[in-house]
Design a binder for this molecule. Structure first.
Ligand code: FER
Length: 262
């Protein structure tokens, strides 16, 4: 990667980027069920296949993660990802990709109910790493026509899922060349642990995106990560958005990240 946050500007998502348009080709959002050996039961994920999807083509994959109060439905219910992506396709601004929306709380009862900050539930967001590599990625790769090398696999997420994307992505650069975090939460590892070998990380990354609202009470997590990356010359895009810990920032993040992927 040859960009960093100092040498270019990220323009704002254009008006209507998240509004449904008439008469454009649409992707399809499905619910899938996959066997989780890690958890010991079937679990659900949503999968978006792009307009014109065909088993004769080969697709990149973005794994897009939710926040602490969400599940596999959160992006779909609040973020209109299929509309944002369909619009980008219609404008010729997106490479062909499948987007997987997992449930990042890898435990038997994976609903966002009761005390969502319960220690067992927080741990399940860490267990998800084992499940992702052991169960979900193998399922996607066995059932969809996807490219399976690191250059065609991305991970991103919002808040708790942003922390997961940074921890899992930066911890497994042999599996992911593209990483995005929107308003990453305090589950994000300390920078020295997240990126212990900055030079190696810089060599392997194709894109590292971090964005956060200027009013977000968790912004210190993004700030400390961005500062460390800058000090250690790890190229990344850092965007301080106008906004809070909320959907306008995350939808804008998806728009900006998706069009830069692959
Ligand atoms: C915390 C504050 C917020 C935390 C997680 C969050 C694990 C997650 C917020 C979200 O996903 O919206 O202290 O610790």
């Amino acid at each position: 990667m040859n960009r960093n946050s100092q040498d270019f500007e990220v323009s704002e998502a254009p008006a209507g980027f998240d509004s449904e348009r008439e008469a454009i080709a649409r992707g399809i959002m499905k619910m899938i069920e996959y066997p989780s050996g890690t958890v010991g039961r079937n679990r659900q994920a949503r999968v978006y296949t792009p307009p014109g999807y065909s088993a004769d083509q080969e697709y990149s994959v973005l794994y897009l993660l939710h926040g602490i109060g969400g599940d596999e439905n959160e992006w779909y219910t609040h973020g209109m990802p299929q509309i944002i992506l369909d619009n980008l396709y219609a404008d010729g601004m997106l490479r062909p990709m499948i987007v997987v929306f997992p449930n990042g709380r890898a435990m038997w009862d994976d609903r966002a109910e009761g005390d969502i900050f319960d220690a067992e539930k927080i741990r399940a967001f860490e267990t998800f790493e084992t499940e992702l590599f052991g169960d979900l990625i193998p399922y996607i790769e066995a059932n969809y026509p996807v490219l399976t090398d690191r250059l065609h696999r991305a991970i991103a997420g919002l808040s708790m899922g942003g922390g997961q994307a940074l921890n899992i992505g930066l911890g497994n650069l042999d599996r992911f060349a593209w990483i995005g975090a929107f308003s990453p939460a305090p589950n994000t590892r300390e920078p020295e642990i997240l990126v212990p070998e900055p030079k190696r990380t810089a060599e392997q990354l194709h894109l590292l995106w971090i964005s956060c609202g200027n009013l977000d009470s968790l912004k210190h997590v993004s700030d400390r990560t961005h500062e460390y990356l800058s000090q250690h010359a790890v190229p990344h895009i850092w965007v301080e958005e106008q906004g809070d810990h909320d959907w306008p920032v995350w939808k804008s993040g998806l728009y900006q990240l998706a069009k830069r992927l692959f």
